[in-house]
Write a protein that binds this ligand. Structure first.
Ligand code: FES
Length: 179
């Protein structure tokens, strides 16, 4: 039986290679430094995605690949979580970075009834190319529709003027409400 070879024998000679996008060494270093000594447990994934999004204004594909490797998760799993939430912006490879500021306008039913569509149509011309205007799902503030989010700051009973005014004053961080 010296000439016999098992049909699956060739597989053993195949070099193993990682699935998904290859990880860039510089980005890997950046992610390792960002996470530092903190846990790599999967329940911290959203927190780390937030941190990357805050630093870069988006989630570059290279950073998602490096985060997947660092947390020992599959890239598919990272993409699934990142694409589920409206406030994460995945930046595909080769695409230009997004404008630094994003304005999201809720286009769910109540906001739609109170003028969200008109806001969405008029805002790009009003705010110019440096601001990206996106639709977003309900922000849980329907009683003060229409609602927009300028950066991280919610604007209730939003108008063109109130949104533009907030950008002009640089008030784009989420405020902490008083008890
Ligand atoms: S419908 Fe717009 S905040 Fe709920």
């Amino acid at each position: 039986m010296s000439g016999y070879r098992h049909p699956g024998a060739a597989r053993r000679r195949t070099k193993p290679h990682p699935k998904g996008r290859q990880v860039d060494a510089d980005v890997r270093r950046e992610i390792t430094i960002l996470l530092g000594e903190r846990s790599r447990a999967r329940d911290l994934l959203i927190e780390y995605l937030h941190e990357i999004q805050d630093i870069h204004g988006c989630l570059p594909a290279a950073h998602l690949a490096a985060l997947a490797e660092e947390m020992r998760l599959s890239q598919a799993e990272i993409y699934e979580v990142a694409s589920f939430y409206a406030h994460f912006d995945i930046l595909a490879e080769g695409k230009n970075p997004q404008p630094a500021l994003t304005v999201r306008v809720c286009d769910s039913l109540t906001c739609e009834m109170f003028g969200a569509r008109e806001l969405l149509e008029a805002l790009p011309a009003k705010l110019g190319k440096k601001v990206r205007v996106l639709r977003a799902p309900c922000m849980g503030r329907c009683e003060n529709a229409p609602v927009a989010e300028v950066g991280h700051a919610h604007v209730e009973i939003a108008t063109l003027k109130s949104i533009a005014g907030r950008i002009k004053k640089g008030r784009t961080n989420a405020g902490v409400s008083a008890y």
